[in-house]
Design a protein around this ligand. Structure first.
Ligand code: AGP
Length: 367
């Protein structure tokens, strides 16, 4: 079928806006709303036998893996290793029995991820795949296919596939937690309620589009941009930096907030915008002190947080973007939106080819 941009200027913009619908669509396959339970498709193996998880992916999909590590370790108390596929496959990884190997891929054709999947299977590892293209090589080869229902993603910069992958990763984490006997029924119900709220949270985040567009004109002047986040928002900082690099060609790096003082702070002056992704929570005051350290060195801080966080941070930020208050579990799905919109509008301001950035292919089928 012919896919068009509808009322949107670019596929990337259209795909950003599709997220409330496609995330809801994806969650439908993994949630039983009446029983408030998470369910995976039928599988030929017993999840309660799983003792550890190895997640392998590339690029944006690898950040889903990193976020999954926080979730699976927290809820299921299973150790998780995350690797980029190009490293995993060549470093002769130690694959212990009762490992669940998980690949994450939009296309299902990325050469390194496919090779990593085959390596795991050849070593007797049971595999699951969070994959968007159901007819792809990976979808055919995994033991357990966990489909994302994002629909075709045309923009080279991955957006809706990412948030749908996160939704499935959350469902997988909850299932592993239940199978390991570590999740009380009421906890599971609470998580399901939060997941069901994710599409509304994404919608609320989209409402800040015009504000982000206005801010993008200043950021488009920068030579370097830093992104900071903590916990599951750290991989999101990496995603923000990757997105900006890919389509605007501005140099950007993501760091764990607490790592800034171990090096990157040397880069900071008044020409470096610092994008801080920080929902309120127990560690928020630590992030505020990281921001103050940066501000004292002239950084122009853009704080993305909820009302509570923004109030607590006071006037340390030159600009703020207010996210809805959401449970920390779904924060990465919601905070992904301002990060995507920022990259999008900066690229549009710079006049680059948003959907087909230079040197990049949608699906990297060479090694
Ligand atoms: C994301 O914006 C990138 N274009 C890229 O990192 C991508 O996520 C990566 O190549 C993995 O692709 P896949 O999900 O199709 O395996």
């Amino acid at each position: 079928a012919l896919i068009d941009k509808g009322n949107h200027r670019h596929f990337m913009q259209k795909e950003i806006y599709e997220q409330p619908v496609v995330v809801a669509q994806t969650l439908q396959s993994y949630i039983r709303p009446v029983e408030q339970k998470v369910a995976l498709p039928d599988m030929g193996f017993d999840l309660s036998k799983i003792e550890r998880v190895a997640i392998v992916a590339c690029g944006t999909a690898s950040y889903v893996g990193m976020i999954g590590k926080y979730w699976i370790e927290r809820f299921a108390r299973l150790p998780v290793e995350v690797d980029v596929a190009s490293e995993f496959r060549y470093r002769d990884p130690v694959l212990l029995p009762n490992t669940l190997g998980v690949v994450v891929s939009q296309s299902g054709e990325t050469a390194d991820t496919l090779a990593a999947l085959r390596h795991m299977k050849a070593n007797g590892v049971t595999t699951a795949g969070i994959i968007n293209v159901p007819t792809s090589s990976m979808a055919r080869e995994v033991d357990l296919l966990l489909s994302t229902h994002a629909g075709p993603e045309i923009g080279v910069a991955s957006t809706k596939a990412f948030t749908c992958q996160l939704a499935v990763m959350a469902a997988l984490a909850v299932n592993l937690a239940r199978a390991s006997g570590r999740l009380a029924e009421d906890e599971e119900r609470a998580i399901v309620r939060h997941l069901i709220e994710a599409p509304a949270g994404i919608n609320a985040a989209l409402a800040h589009d015009a504000e982000i567009e206005a801010m993008a004109h200043t950021i488009a002047q920068a030579r370097d941009v830093l992104y900071l986040g903590r916990g599951p928002d750290y991989p999101l900082a990496l995603e923000g930096a990757l997105k900006l690099k890919e389509i605007s060609y501005i140099h950007a790096e993501g760091y764990a907030s607490g790592e800034m003082k171990h090096g990157p702070i040397a880069l900071i002056d008044d020409s470096v915008p610092l994008i801080v992704l920080a929902p309120s929570g127990p560690l928020f005051d630590k992030t505020v002190s990281n921001m103050q350290e940066a501000k004292a060195r002239g950084a122009r801080v853009v704080l993305i947080s909820d009302a509570e966080g923004l109030a607590q941070a006071g006037d340390d930020a030159v600009a703020t973007i207010e996210m809805p208050s959401v449970h920390p579990l779904i924060a990465p799905l919601v905070y992904a939106v301002p990060v995507q919109l920022l990259a999008y509008h900066v690229a549009v301001a710079k006049g680059t080819d948003v959907d087909q950035p230079r040197n990049l292919a949608k699906s990297v089928t060479v090694e």
